[in-house]
Write a protein that binds this ligand. Structure first.
Ligand SMILES: Cc1ncc(COP(=O)(O)O)c(C=O)c1O
Length: 400
């Protein structure tokens, strides 16, 4: 018998080598108590959270929590059904209404996760014989959506407008084409040149889908994302997003002005063949989305935090993923996985949680300590974070 697990041997080996150094397992952290959007108790120690994607700090918003509790009381713990059978409650429709208002678009479809939103929309609209043209650094859910739909995948160099144009021009003019982009790329926290990319896509007869998972709620005047900030939201055919970041709960969505959009509810398998979100979750999401419409002060404070942390880390001598802060993600580049894991652990001992990211999730084989800021971080906390980075960085030898 061939052991089907033998394909994992290299990963098992790499993990064992890392853990043999005595370093804490960076992928097995337990939050014993969560005190607020920015503080948790980990290993018995009060820890500042700097790796949660909880950009707008909505997880502990009083109105959001009250809406969830109320829905739990009135509608029960779960729907036990698909959206197309018994799983559409008033709350799901209200959540879709909130999204339509938030984006000022005609249609909104709520999925159980952002992963399923990409999987569902991409696989359903781009099938055999169609082309999906995507940035090579696209999220796993985008690649999985392409694989599920069986479309031809054409990848282009990260954020390279010329490369995108070249690929598009080589494709048969009559073929169905979907260009898939992200507003903010989560590994380095860099923003896509959507304006140019969308122009080139339209000139070459492609539809455009933009995943705004890491920009919704924060970037753009109304928090609609990078497409809004660059003035091209009207040219985007499909916006994908998640409730697991700025919205502060769980779920995913697609919004669109396409006149035939509603047919997707009957043909999109990751929408049809799974249970819908619990009433409490859609109630928290709808309340949060409505509050994010009025979040300009929070957005401004989050930008301040992002600039403060970026400058502070650079002044300390850390190598960062972007020259300037472009989003609420600041990536600190580590020399290798071993030193990255040591630095991650040293920060945790200082009482600071960040994400350790490594290949294949990262571009160019990089090991990264990814920091994601929250609008609820105070300026004092950002100062505290920099102090902890300095002490840990000197202890591990990443900075002098
Ligand atoms: C760009 C992007 N798209 C989609 C997702 C999936 O979102 P969810 O957590 O709701 O499944 C993520 C999550 O990390 C993401 O970074």
């Amino acid at each position: 018998m061939t052991d089907l697990f033998s394909k994992f041997d290299p990963l098992i080996q790499q993990r064992e080598t890392l853990l043999a150094t005595g370093v804490t397992d960076p992928y097995n952290l337990v939050m014993e108590k969560v005190v607020s959007p920015t503080v948790a108790i980990c290993n018995g120690r009060e820890t500042i959270l700097l790796g949660t994607y909880n950009y707008m700090g909505m997880t502990f918003d009083e109105d959001v929590i009250a809406a969830g509790k109320d829905a739990l009381d009135k509608f029960g713990a779960g729907t036990t059904g698909s959206r197309v059978l018994n799983g559409t409650y008033q709350g799901h429709k209200e959540c879709e209404e909130a999204l339509k208002e938030f984006y000022a678009m005609d249609h909104a479809m709520v999925f159980s996760t952002g992963y399923q939103a990409n999987l569902g929309i991409i696989s359903t609209i781009a099938g055999k014989g169609d082309y999906v043209i995507l940035d090579i650094d696209s999220h796993a859910s985008i690649y999985d959506g392409c694989a599920m739909g069986n479309a031809e995948i054409v990848a282009f160099r990260h954020n390279d407008v010329e490369a995108l144009e070249k690929r598009l021009k080589r494709l048969p003019p009559e073929a169905g084409k979907l260009v898939v982009l992200e507003g903010v790329y989560s590994m380095l926290g860099d923003v896509a040149p959507l304006k140019e990319m969308i122009r080139v896509s339209k000139e070459n007869g492609a539809m455009v889908l933009v995943d705004e998972a890491h920009s919704m709620g924060f970037i753009g005047e109304h928090g609609r994302g990078v497409a809004e900030a660059q003035g091209v939201l009207d040219d985007v055919d499909f916006v994908i997003g998640t409730f697991s970041k700025s919205v502060g709960t769980v779920g995913g969505f697609c919004v669109s002005n396409h006149p035939k959009f509603e047919i997707l509810r009957l043909v999109c398998r990751p929408y049809v063949f799974t249970a819908s979100l619990p009433p409490s979750v859609v109630a928290t999401a709808a309340t949060s989305i409505r509050k994010l419409m009025h979040g300009s002060n929070k957005r401004a404070h989050l930008w301040e935090n992002s600039k403060l942390l970026h400058k502070g880390l650079r002044d300390l001598g850390f190598q960062l993923g972007t020259e300037e802060p472009q989003s609420a993600i600041i990536a600190v580049i580590m020399p290798d996985l071993e030193q990255g894991a040591m630095m991650w652990e040293a920060l945790l001992e200082e009482g600071l949680y960040v994400n350790l990211a490594r290949p294949p999730a990262t571009p160019a084989g990089m090991t990264l300590l990814r920091c994601s800021l929250c609008a609820e971080h105070s300026s004092e906390q950002v100062g505290e974070i920099l102090g902890r980075f300095e002490r840990a960085g000197k202890r591990v030898g990443i900075i002098g």
